[in-house]
Each structure stands twice: as C-alpha cells, then as structure tokens.
Design a protein around this ligand. Structure first.
Ligand code: GLA
Length: 344
C-alpha cells in the first residue's frame, strides 16, 4: 500500500471584522489549534471513496466528474471538482476525515474541511500546492458553488495563513495579509457556544450579502469599502444600517490593531463590545441564545464579548481579565499555525 497523505486545516477565531470580507474590507482573525484532518491513500481506480469518520458515513464518486451532493458530501465532491477544473490531475483515493472544530459554532469547520481536503488531494496526487491566495479562492468556490453559502474569503485565508501567537490583518481589497503579534499579557480569549447551531447556506447570511451588494450599487461604489457614513445615511432602511455596520467595523479593525500594538486590552474589550452592538442592532445577525451567551461572558467580568462569524447562532468570543473565572462551557483559544501537510 502507498503511504498516506495527511493534511490538517485549522478552524479560526475572528478577533474582529465581521461581514467585512465580502465588502472588500478588513478583518483580524487567527487560526486555532482545533481543525480537520484528512488522510488520503491512492487507490488508482479513478474514484474517490470518502469516509466521514465522525458521522460514520461514506460517499463514492468518479474523481474526474463529481456530481453535486448535500451536506459534507458537497464539500468533498466540490474539492475534487474545483481542483480538476483548475487543471490538477487527481488520482483516485480513499479519503478519511475527522475534526475537532465544533460544527455550526462559528469557528469555521467548513473552511477547515475544505482546506484539509484540497491539501490532501493535491499531496496524494503529487501535484504542487499553488499560491495560498489562489488556494483560498478555490476553497471558497467549493463553499459558494457546491454548498450554496455565498461566504467570503475570511475563513480560508485565516486557515491557510495562520501563525502561532499572531492575528492576521487581512485587507480583502488587496488580499494582503499582515501578521500582528497577539500578546494578551494576563488576559485570555475564550469562546462560548450559544448552543444554537447555524449553517451559512440556510441562514440569513446570503441575504445580508445581497443587501450589502444592493447598498453599494445604490451608492454607485464598487464595494462598501468606498462608502462613507454620510453616504450610508442616505440609503433606505435596512440598507443604511447594513452599510453603517460595514463602515464602522472596518474602523474598529484598524483600532484593534492599534490596541494590540499598544497592548491595551481595555480598549480591545470596548471594541469587541462595539462590534457586537453593531452586529446586533445594525446588521441584525444576533439571536436570543447568542445574547444570553454574551451576557454570561459579561457577567463573568469580560472586558468585551461579541458574536463571532456569520451570526444567527454559533459561538461568542470574549476577552477575560486573568483574574476572572470563565463561564461554564467556555474554551480558551489562542493563535496557532496555519494549514499543513503532515505526511508524507
Ligand atoms: C462566515 C463566512 C466569512 C465571513 C464571516 C462573517 O464565517 O464564512 O466569509 O463573511 O461569516 O465575518
């Protein structure tokens, strides 16, 4: 038997900069140590046999012409389909994957899976890994075109570019990525699951994205990155508030980078709170379960807490001072390295 290719794709936490990626804006995520591992063994009969170990489910399809499918199968077929479309000649393989990122918790289990699948398929087929931005775009096409979620590039870039002890300042207009040291001193970052699972394909995510596109088009700008608060105020509701969120969130990302550089955790906490208020009131992606999780973090003494990721459920992120006791069920998170092939 040929030796397996093993690839790992981490999930991510987004410190700040939510719903900015598909508006050519700014975000400040980091990769976490939890993620998805894919093991691929060449079987040489032109098929992919895939096993979702955590679910005990299987799939099988021709590697050169995968048809779309629902659920996790859509990701695996999309990975093969997009790689083939990009010109990679893939070998037939047996794929097995399992993950440690909770699904639907806003920590990007989807991107972790896409990234790990693509790296494992390239590695087992002996195909060189392309530029990481191209790979991020390819992975996002899996999500957009095979899974039906019109997500941006935040999660894939965070997973591919992660660096230990750093957050990543991403400018989605230029697609530049700048690592920013994340020194928390004696404070900690935690996530707390709201208990409400979300899916991007089924939630209001796609409609928020459409609203932003409509706002930009009414303002006659290429994206909301070019809009000002004065311009946003001229829009009809709810587009006015949607645009205001995007504009103020971009500024908060810039302020957060300064707060990190100055190691000003109190300022960072205020920015997390302001981001949450904007996501709740202007972008309207919070839910009662999320509000409850944020309150539990604040009651525990958090300097700031906010909904994370696409919203409509999932986890919240909180910054706790060292002396505070985290709410029950909270998980400590810190920046870890990005996606990698661990074998051969
Ligand atoms: C999800 C999407 C990202 C991004 C965030 C919101 O995680 O996958 O592309 O839009 O929501 O910031």
């Amino acid at each position: 038997m040929t030796s397996p290719a093993i690839a790992f794709g981490p999930g991510r936490v987004n410190l700040i900069g939510e719903h900015t990626d598909y508006n050519d804006g700014l975000a400040l995520p980091f990769a976490i140590s939890e993620g998805v591992t894919v093991r691929a063994v060449a079987i040489g009969d032109g098929r992919i046999d895939a096993v979702a170990a955590d679910l005990g489910e299987r799939d099988s399809f021709p590697v050169a012409s995968p048809a779309p499918a629902e659920g996790w199968r859509g990701f695996v077929r999309g990975a093969a389909g997009e790689l083939e479309r990009a010109g990679a000649r893939l070998v037939g393989a047996e794929l097995q994957f399992s993950g440690t990122v909770p699904r639907g918790a806003g920590m990007s289990s989807s991107a972790a899976l896409e990234v790990a699948l693509v790296l494992a398929l390239l590695s087992v087929s002996g195909v060189a890994v392309p530029d990481r931005i191209e790979l991020a775009k390819l992975c996002s096409r899996i999500e957009n075109d095979w899974v039906g979620a019109r997500t941006g590039l935040l999660d894939q870039i965070a997973s591919l570019y992660g660096e230990a002890d750093h957050a990543l300042l991403i400018d989605f207009r230029t697609l530049s990525v700048r690592p920013v040291p994340l020194r928390l001193d004696d404070s900690r970052l935690i996530t707390l699951d709201s208990g409400e699972e979300h899916t991007h394909a089924g939630s209001g995510y796609n409609s928020r994205r459409a609203e932003c596109a409509e706002a930009a088009s009414l303002l006659g700008v290429a994206s909301l990155r070019d809009a000002t608060l004065e311009m946003a105020a001229s829009l009809p509701e709810p587009l006015s508030r949607r645009a205001r969120h995007v504009i103020t969130e971009n500024s908060r990302v810039e302020d957060a980078v300064r707060a990190l550089e100055q190691r000003d955790m109190a300022a960072m906490g205020c920015l997390l709170d302001a981001s949450h208020a904007s996501l709740r009131d202007d972008f309207e992606v919070s839910t009662p379960a999320v509000e409850d999780a944020v309150s539990r973090c604040k009651d525990a003494g958090a300097l700031g807490a906010r909904i994370m990721g696409g919203g409509f459920g999932g986890s919240v992120l909180a910054l706790l001072p060292g002396a505070a006791q985290a709410p029950i069920g909270a998980v400590d998170v810190r920046p870890g390295p990005g996606a990698r092939v661990t074998a051969p």
